[in-house]
Write a protein that binds this ligand. Structure first.
Ligand code: CMP
Length: 138
């Protein structure tokens, strides 16, 4: 069944001019781009987006990184989108990501890891409206 997920190109990859390459990989993998924005998150917005990580030792640095420059959230659709995209982006830490995955190819570090993708249908239901409202950017 076709499913939707929230994908985001993070500030390191935007600054590194990898947007075109990453979007090409996503489209080649069969995803349809339903909505897309370029946003500069405030620290408050970045903290709210990553609210599930409240209390983690890396959160303050993550918030600084995510608000350091523009990011590109995208609403994507594909069969089995959430599991498939998580597989395509690879592990959080690029040193552990399988060869050929987006993070293995484009991430700098465990924090500056190029992209984000919803990890479950529950996360996607929160993360898509975070950027695209209840109408999903239509
Ligand atoms: P993401 O998949 O967007 O989900 C949470 C983010 O926090 C993660 O990618 C990384 O950018 C960051 N992150 C997770 N774990 C660590 C860690 N141990 N050290 C630094 N950053 C982390």
């Amino acid at each position: 069944m076709a499913e939707e997920t929230l994908f985001m190109i993070k500030p390191d990859a935007v600054a590194g001019r990898k947007v075109g390459l990453i979007l090409a990989e996503v489209e080649k993998a069969g995803f349809e781009i339903l909505a897309m924005r370029l946003v500069r998150l405030t620290p408050e917005e970045a903290r709210r987006f990553y609210a599930v990580h409240e209390g983690k030792p890396f959160l303050d640095d993550l918030v600084r990184f995510m608000s350091s420059g523009p990011a590109i959230p995208c609403r994507l659709r594909r069969e089995n989108a959430i599991t498939f995209l998580r597989e395509r982006i690879g592990a959080t830490d690029p040193r552990e990501a399988k060869a050929g995955t987006i993070r293995a190819l484009h991430a700098e570090s465990k924090q500056n890891n190029a992209v984000h993708a919803s990890d479950s249908p529950e996360s996607a239901r929160i993360e898509i409206p975070f950027f695209f409202g209840e109408a999903g950017g239509r």
